[in-house]
Design a protein around this ligand. Structure first.
Ligand code: PLP
Length: 362
């Protein structure tokens, strides 16, 4: 690859489009002739105002976000949302439904329990989170203030392949590791949120997309910086926003539109995932971690026959120009995160390496 870059399979932060990095580099010292870097300019300046306005407008185009939804640029990562969601939304009946499908959904439920009553509507923990529950397994409470799910489970490598029907109860989804990987009907959700560092921008920015009628009900002690309503009123600039991440986000939105939007992105992602899963399923050396109907096209988890070979795989793949193929400590084994910006050639390179490794270690 250009500039001696390697194929980075990190679960996050992860690869960005080369065109975006080149554009940021070219404008690093003097942004579009304004005489300073985006890193140095006032967030109240006209130049930055144009950047944040365009970042939102382009994101609305990319995701086809309806007009009755606010787009908020927040901080604190997806993890702070685990607390902000109950503070802002668990406020009518003081209870919410959580579906446990992995580490992050479990953390979200634990955090929410500090603010109200959490009902575990379903959990696949007993099956080591190897699949997503089906609609008829969800024990939903019609009086819940919302239903929370983690749409793509980064650590386990599973993904919801359907949008659950929650009736009139708003559906809240953590899409940190799958946002903008394919078209999604935003109107089916009360709120979508995502840490930006997987598919959208560098770390430091969190995207919140929320239906307007859900605003204005926060708990009285909610910190100002955790209040969606205040963020919306102030155009995400109640205080200094993560300017640099918002700027890169804008460039990534431009890039997504330039390649043909999320329909094209989805095709590319499906082709990459198919190449890898087809090989895993054809091999009796590697085992895929997730049941076929619940597989993520972003995070692909697999194992060799034993832990020693997993460790050898990590070491030898690093020597062959690939990084971060070791899975999270809570699952062990291997994981390839193949987000939007991982090129098809990167997955081809991985599969070629896997074939060679299998032949040498069988
Ligand atoms: C990465 C990730 C998180 C944590 O994000 P932070 O921005 O580090 O807080 C939460 N949920 C999911 C699904 C993730 O992939």
């Amino acid at each position: 690859m250009a500039y001696d870059r390697i194929y980075n399979f990190s679960a996050g932060p992860s690869m960005l489009p080369l065109e975006v990095l080149e554009s940021a580099r070219d404008n690093l010292l003097n942004f579009e002739g304004c005489g300073m870097s985006v890193m140095e300019m006032s967030h109240r300046s006209k130049v930055f105002d144009n950047i944040i306005v365009q970042a939102e407008a382009q994101m609305r185009k990319v995701m086809n976000i309806p007009d009755n939804y606010k787009v908020l640029f927040m901080q604190g990562g997806a993890s702070l949302q685990f607390a902000m969601i109950p503070m802002n939304l668990m406020t009518k009946n003081g209870k919410a439904d959580y579906v446990l499908t992995g580490n992050f959904s479990s953390k979200a439920a634990e955090e929410a329990a500090k603010y109200g009553k959490v009902n575990i509507a379903a959990s696949t923990k007993d099956e080591k989170f190897c699949r997503i529950p089906q609609q008829n397994e969800l024990k939903l409470d019609p009086e819940a203030d919302y239903v929370h799910i983690c749409f793509n489970n980064t650590i386990y490598g599973s993904c919801w392949n359907y949008i659950p029907d929650t009736g009139d109860v708003p559906l809240v989804a953590d899409m940190s590791s799958c946002i903008m990987s394919r078209p999604i009907d935003v109107s089916k959700f009360g709120m979508i949120y995502a840490g930006a560092q997987k598919n959208v921008a560098p770390a430091g920015l969190t995207i919140v997309i929320i239906r307007e009628d859900l605003l204005g009900n926060h708990l009285p002690f909610t910190p100002a910086l955790c209040d969606y309503t205040l963020a919306a009123k102030n155009g995400s600039m109640y205080n200094t926003p993560p300017c640099w991440s918002i700027y890169i986000c804008k460039l990534v939105m431009d890039w997504l539109l330039s390649i043909g939007g999320l329909e094209v992105m989805e095709q590319r992602n499906l082709e990459k995932a198919k190449l890898l899963y087809d090989y895993l399923d054809s091999s009796d050396f590697y085992t895929a971690g997730i049941s076929p109907e619940s597989r993520s096209i972003m995070n692909v988890r697999f194992n060799t026959p034993n832990e020693d070979l997993d460790a050898k795989f990590v070491k030898e793949s690093a020597a062959d120009g690939m990084s971060n193929l070791k899975a999270h400590r809570s699952t062990g084994g291997l994981r390839a995160s193949i987000y939007n910006c991982m090129p098809y050639e990167g997955v081809e390179h991985l599969v070629e390496f896997m074939k060679k490794f299998e032949a040498e270690n069988k």
